[in-house]
Design a protein around this ligand. Structure first.
Ligand code: THU
Length: 153
């Protein structure tokens, strides 16, 4: 695990913030629009300004247009002017926790490469990790910066 990931883990969420995020993720799942998969998901992200944004999955009759809960929450945060994600809590009404899909890992990386990721469900099981462990050696904004720096004028 890299140094940034360890630093993120050494600054855990307060129990109060964690409870608020979990409550927001669980509440958001109630708004899920998932008629095709029947798999509701809720997510809540904490930004570096201390605000919480929630989202649910939103499916579409044109299947590929569906949006995951994590991305709905992150896009709400970005639309509100936020740019840094500290933590993301995911809730699914399942017996085991669900981790963010690959696409969502990439989107979380854009705004929170060191974000804490917590997954909760309907049992006492839960998962907790950091984004950099879920998406090691991620492609991100820095890669494009290098390309631009290397470009001839
Ligand atoms: N889904 C999420 O919302 N987040 C994930 O990380 C995994 C999958 C949604 C997408 C789709 O609406 C349903 O779950 C089934 O894949």
């Amino acid at each position: 695990m890299n140094v940034a990931a360890i630093a993120a883990m050494s600054a855990p969420l307060s129990p109060t913030l964690r409870r608020r995020l979990e409550r927001a993720a669980r509440a958001a799942a109630k708004s899920s629009y998932a008629p095709y998969s029947g798999f509701p998901v809720g997510a809540a992200v904490l930004t570096d300004s201390g605000k919480i944004f929630a989202g649910c999955n939103v499916e579409n009759a044109a299947y590929p247009l569906g949006n995951c809960a994590e991305r709905t929450a992150i896009y709400a945060a970005i639309a509100a002017g936020e740019r840094r994600i500290r933590a993301c809590v995911v809730y699914t009404p399942t017996a085991a926790p669900t981790m963010p899909c690959g696409g969502c890992r990439q989107v979380i990386n854009e705004f929170g490469p060191d974000a804490l990721i917590v997954s909760v469900c309907d049992s006492a099981q839960h998962a907790e990790t950091v984004l950099s462990a879920l998406l090691p050696d991620a492609f991100g904004p820095a890669n494009l910066g290098q390309r631009r720096q290397g470009r001839k004028p």
